[in-house]
Write a protein that binds this ligand. Structure first.
Ligand SMILES: [Zn+2]
Length: 113
């Protein structure tokens, strides 16, 4: 049997399922089991230079000239990067940039476009 999460409101362990909803018998809080599952997923928290949360598929702008490994040219301020993908690690943005190809960036050097 699937283990049900505690009530997010009062922390009661006596939650039960009612259709697609989870119900707490102690404080009568109801919430969607799907939402609870999504919240439990390990979500990458990646923020841009301004502290805005970034998401997969976002377009960002490079905010400083960046040297590119294996390339003689640098990535210029203002370069738009479309369709980023968030990854774990020091360089937490996976992307493709015209003229450079697939590369990784640090989120602190970009801002959400
Ligand atoms: Zn409750």
């Amino acid at each position: 049997m699937m283990e049900l999460p505690n009530c997010p409101k009062c922390g009661s362990p006596y939650t039960y399922e009612d259709g697609t909803m989870l119900v707490c018998p102690e404080c009568a809080h109801e919430w969607s089991a799907d939402a609870a599952e999504a919240a439990n997923e390990d979500q990458l928290i990646v923020k841009d230079a301004n502290g805005n949360l970034l998401q997969d598929g976002d377009t960002v702008t490079v905010i400083k000239d960046l040297k590119v490994k294996g390339s003689s040219s640098a990535l210029k301020v203002g370069t738009k990067v479309k369709g980023i993908r968030l990854v774990e690690g020091d360089h937490n943005i996976d992307c493709k940039i015209d003229g450079f190809g697939a590369m990784k960036l640090k989120s602190e050097f970009v801002k959400k476009a």
